[in-house]
Design a protein around this ligand. Structure first.
Ligand code: IPM
Ligand code: MG
Length: 369
């Protein structure tokens, strides 16, 4: 029997609630398959800071180093609460970016996929949604403005200034392009390249390297779109997109817009792939306003588990079963308050019930051979 060790970093806000539902799925998957999971919980985020003085404690680093994969919940506090933590130890800067850097998770995959049973929840009109929304954003995750040199000071005129640099070398671009092109080969063989080469030199190099790498994938059709135009087209006609590739900052913004066209960031799981280790996380924040009420939908966390099963453990069929199980719960008309419009006729359930229903649906599916 194969045994995998998985680090569970529940995080802040709604993190522990939705993590509990992901754990139910792990338990059932190991029961159904010839596999066992060693689930190891560790502190991470603002909670870890208040408990042990650091948002990414040494003990957590050791647990993550030993794990085969990491499942990470959302982190962070409300704007007001954040001020109680020194700037460099706030969980985004003090924990999340160091996690990405530690495992060099350069490729971030963010599916923007609207479950059929939730079409009414999207703010887009049915005629815009058409056959559905099912695209995936590939975001470079360890370069660009996020990780460039930073300088803050007072200039010769006595004015406060800041300088942040956007840097990429060709190798960083090449490796993300390979990921995106390989994904396009497994899907519809169309890749939308998102750039801003009419202004940014970084995009000029980005596009040059893409053209070189694309020669190895002659079957993939490349379509170039400026990032601002892409933002508009995501609203007007999302069905034209399948795989989209972009640098770090563009990916941060456009992937939230992806959540917007679905109706909620609660529908956004993700995978962050490094050369040796990958971690998985919802793309949304910790939603402190609804924390502790058992009303957050665990879709993004369970979806992250599905992505882990496929990408870290090669369990492609079981991963699809998990997706289907979640979709079936929506298709039966159930939803949680955070994923329901006021006045709609959904059958309202709580976080834990949603998780239980996903588990029941998965249990009813044939076990992959
Ligand atoms: C995301 C988040 C992070 C980012 C924050 C929490 C630092 O918004 O994963 O998209 O900007 O990358
Ligand atoms: Mg973001």
């Amino acid at each position: 029997m194969t045994n995998y060790t998985i680090a569970l970093l529940a995080g802040d806000g709604i993190g522990p609630e939705i993590m509990a539902e992901a754990v139910k799925v792990f338990k059932l998957v190991e029961q159904r398959n010839d596999i066992s999971f060693n689930l190891v919980e560790a502190e991470f985020g603002a909670g870890a800071y208040f408990k042990v003085g650091h948002p990414f404690p040494e003990a957590t680093k050791a647990i993550c180093d030993d794990a085969d994969a990491i499942l990470k919940g959302p982190i962070g506090l409300s704007h007001e609460e954040s001020k109680k933590i020194p700037v460099d130890l706030q969980p985004e800067r003090g924990a999340l970016l160091p996690l990405r850097r530690r495992y060099n998770t350069f490729a971030n995959f963010r599916p923007v996929s609207l479950p059929k049973g939730l079409a009414h929840f999207s703010p887009l009109k049915p005629e815009v949604i058409g056959e559905g929304i099912d695209l995936i954003m590939v975001r470079e995750l360890v370069g660009g403005l996020y990780f460039g040199k930073k300088e803050v000071g007072v200039n010769e005129q006595g004015l406060r200034y800041v300088r942040e640099t956007l840097e990429y070398d060709e190798e960083q671009i090449r490796r993300i392009m390979h990921e995106a092109l390989q994904l396009a080969m497994r899907r519809k063989k169309v890749l939308h390249n998102i750039h801003k080469s009419n202004v940014l030199k970084s995009s000029v190099l980005w596009n040059e390297v893409l053209e070189e790498v694309a020669e190895e994938y002659p079957e993939v059709e490349i379509r170039h779109i400026l990032v601002d135009a892409a933002a508009t087209l995501l609203c007007l006609n999302p069905g034209q997109f399948d795989v989209m590739v972009m640098e770090n900052m563009f990916g941060d913004i456009l992937s939230d817009q992806g959540g917007g066209i679905l109706g909620s960031l609660g529908l956004m799981p993700s995978a962050c792939k490094g050369p040796e280790k990958s971690y998985y996380e919802p793309s949304h924040g910790s939603a402190p306003d609804i924390a502790g009420q058992n009303i957050a939908n665990p879709y993004s966390m369970i979806g992250s588990v599905a992505m882990m099963l496929e990408n870290s453990f090669g369990m492609v069929e079981e991963s699809q079963n998990v997706w289907r199980a979640m979709q079936s719960v929506f298709a039966e008309g159930f939803s949680t308050p955070d994923l329901s419009k006021p006045g709609s006729d959904v059958k309202m359930i709580k976080t834990a019930e949603f998780g239980d229903k996903v588990v029941a649906a998965l249990e009813a599916m044939p076990v992959p051979k």
